[in-house]
Design a protein. Structure first.
Length: 202
């Protein structure tokens, strides 16, 4: 049996306490089990879910973000599947990529991640040009988002999940939520990220 995240072989003695566990499709090795989970945090009126502390998965995220690393993206597939088996949302969307940055990289890494991990999502938000998140945090500049003109009407949607890679200060996800709430105030919005930066490191 291999770890569902890192692929490392999980060695365990077969006994009455483990014989049935071997049939489970989602298994983590000791190291991944220590760092990976479906963590929950309340951020104002919103719920943030995240899989790991940033330090543990930062190399994977870097490879996905800047090199479009398929193997690193697929590591999160089982985590997404496990999360969505436990939580239901009427609509799943993603944080929009800045158009200029997407052209430079040649891809939207969050979109690529979700497609590789079989996430059924819709793009409903656009983003005006902005500096990198690190600069934004230092200057406390609010991100500017907008509802895509061609996006579907959300009047009958009651719950939305917004996916991003990292939760740092919250500016990005809160900016997306604010944009949606301004037009559809009754929608319940949650966030899901691959990781969360420890507040002591910000």
């Amino acid at each position: 049996m291999n770890c569902s995240f890192c692929g490392l072989e999980i060695r365990s003695k077969l006994g009455f306490d483990t014989i049935f566990k071997t049939k489970e499709k989602f298994q983590l090795c000791a190291v991944c089990k220590e760092h990976l989970d479906i963590n929950v945090l309340e951020v104002g009126e919103y719920t943030l879910y995240y899989f790991s502390d940033y330090e543990f998965v930062k190399d994977n995220i870097y490879s996905i973000k800047y090199f479009g690393d398929v193997a690193c993206a697929l590591k999160f597939k089982n985590l997404f599947k496990q999360f969505l088996s436990l939580n239901t949302f009427e609509l799943i969307t993603i944080v929009p990529a800045n158009e200029i940055r997407e052209i430079i990289r040649g891809f939207d890494h969050i979109e690529q991640l979700c497609r590789l991990c079989d996430i059924n999502f819709e793009k409903i938000l656009g983003c005006e040009y902005r500096e990198k998140q690190a600069k934004l945090h230092k200057e406390r500049i609010e991100n500017k988002y907008y509802i895509l003109p061609a996006g579907r009407n959300l009047e009958n949607i009651r719950s939305i999940l917004i996916i991003d890679d990292i939760f740092t200060s919250g500016n990005t996800l809160l900016g997306c939520a604010k944009t949606i709430k301004e037009i559809y105030p009754e929608i319940n919005i949650s966030f899901l990220t691959l990781s969360k930066v420890n507040s002591r490191l910000i």
